[in-house]
Design a protein around this ligand. Sequence first.
Ligand code: M6R
Length: 613
Amino acid sequence: MCGIVGYIGHRKAYPILIEGLQMLEYRGYDSAGISLYDNKLKIKKCAGKVSDLKKLFKTSNDKLGNVGIGHTRWATHGPSSDKNAHPHLSNNKKITIIHNGIIENYTSIKESLIKRGYSFSTDTDTEVLVNLIEYVMEKEKVKLGKAVKIALNQVSGAYAIVVLNTDNPSEIVCARLGSPLAVGIGEGEYFIGSDASPFLKYTKRCIYLNDEEIATISTKGLVLRNIKFDSILTPEVRELSQNVESIEKGGYDYFMLKEIFEQPSSIKNTFRGRFKLDTNEIKISGIENNIDKFLNARRIIFISCGTSWHSALFAEYLFEELLRIPVEVEYASEFKYRNPIIYDNDIVFAISQSGETADTLAAVKLAKENNAFIYGICNVVGSSLTRETDSGSYTHAGPEIGVASTKAFTSQVALLLLIALDLGKKMNIIDSEKYQFLLQELYNLPSRIEKVLESAKLIEEIAEKYYEAPNCIYLGRKYNFPIALEGALKLKEISYIHAEAYPAAEMKHGPIALIDEHMPVVVVATKKGNYDKILNNVMEIQARSGKIIAIVTQGDKEIKKLANHCIEIPEADEITASILATIPLQLLSYYIAVKKGCNVDQPRNLAKSVTVE
Ligand code: M6R
C-alpha cells in the first residue's frame, strides 16, 4: 500500500525523501511524488517507479529545501497516472498533502466543496481532503494543525496523512487513523515514515502514532494531540533495535530469495529464549501470563488474511489434534461483516506479518467489542495489531521486504506449534512422550531447512521446464493442505500463473477434469501425511498424463516411480515435515517468476501490507 515519507530539519530533504521512498517500494505502488519547500513549493510526481520520479529532479536547484514530503501511491480512487499521484495541492496552491488510506465520504464532501466554488483536477479522495483543510482554514481562520483536526472530524474512512502549508513551512502536520505512521526523532530534526525503514539510517528513536492522533512537528519539537479532544498527549518514544543491513538484499538478487534462505535463522529467532530442550521447558510469556484465559477457553477462532490465513488453517489441524479444542478459521474480511457468533470465553488469535492489515484490524475490533480475549501473532514490532490485542507473541522472523511472504509464514507455523505444545502440556492433554518428541522435531527444524535449501539447483531446473505453463494445480492432505494453498498463492502472486490448491481427495470431485498432459500438478506427499491416500491421488493424476512434481520424504520409493520430478525433504514427523515442504514450493515459485522475468519482490497490483479494507 501507499508509502509515506517526510522530513523537517537542517539536512537537505530531497535525498532523505528519495531514499525513503526506495525503502518503502516493497509496500507496492504504481506512482510516486515529492513536495519540497525552498522559498517556494515544488511538486514533482509521476506514474511509475521512484526511479522515474528521480529523473524529474534534473538540476541541483530542483533538490533544494530542508522540508518535504514524499509518497508512493497504490491506486484506490482513479487509475495510476501523473495527475492522480500524490502529493496533492489545495486550490489556493498553498497546502500540499500525502495520504495513505481511503476517505469513504469523499463524494459528499467533494460535492459541497464544488458548491462553494472549489474545483478538482484529479480522481482522488485525497485532493478532496486537502481542499477541505483549506476550506476549514479559511472559514475558521485557524492554523494548519487545527484545520486538519476539524477536517478529519468530518471524514470517515482510514488515513495516514502528512500536510505542509507554504504559509508556515517550518511546520508539518501528520495524523493517523487505521494506516500506520512513524515519526523518527533526530537532533533538531524529524523524519516521518509509513514505517521506520526510511529513517533507520538517521535515528533509532521513534514514535508510532496511534489511531486518532495528530502531531504538529517543527524543528523545535513535536506536539501530539488526540484528533477528537484538545488535550496534549505524551508520546511514547521507543528505541528501535532493527538495523539497516536487515532491510538490504545482502548479495541476493531479490529480497524474496534472501528471505527464503534466511529461514533456518529466522526460525531460530522465533524460538530464541522460548524453549530449552534439555529441560523440556517452553516459556512463552504471552501464554504464561494469560494461562487462565486459555484454560477456560471453549473455542479458538483464528482471524487473518492471505498467507497468514494459511497459517491459521495449519493451526486448526494442529490445535484440534493436539489440544482437542474446537477451532474456527476465518478470513478476517468475512468475519467482520457476517455477524459472527463470538462468546466471551472465546480466544481469538489474530495472525498478521505486518500487523497493519486493515481487514484483520477490523475483525479484531469486532471481536474486542464482543469481549473475546485477543491474542496476536505478529512479526512487525510496534505495529497496530500489537497495540490492539490483549496479549500476543512476536514471530521475530526479522523484516520481510518481499511482497510474497516466506519466512514470516514458516515462523508463524513454527510458533503456533510451539504454542500448541505449551498449551497441551499446561492443559494436561498431550502425553509427555509426544511433547518431547515434537519439541525435539521443532529443535531440528532449522538444520533440516538448511538441507532442503540444498535442493535449490534442482528446483531451478524444474522451474525451467514449467515456467510457461498457464495453470498449475497443488494438492496436499491434512497439514499439507494449507501448505499446498500457500504454494499456489506464492506462484499466483509472483509469476501470475493461475494456480489452485485442493485437498488431494477433493480432486476427484471436480478439478480432475482439468488434468491432461499440459497440466503441472504439484503434490505435497510427505511420508506421514496420509501417504497411502495421496499415493492413490498421484496414480489418478498419472493415469491422466498430468505432469507430477512431488515433494516427498527422503528415500521415498512409491511416488518416485509415478512422478515426473521429485524434490526430497529430510525425514521428519508429520507436522514439521509440512513446514519443511513449504520451502521447495517457495523456491519453485521464485525460480518460475525469475524465468518469466517478473518483478519478484514487487509483483503487479500487490502491496506488502494491505491497509485498506
Ligand atoms: O501482513 P499480513 O500477514 O496481515 O498480510 C496478509 C496478506 O495480505 C499477506 O499474507 C499476503 O497474502 C501476502 N502477499 C502473501 O504472500
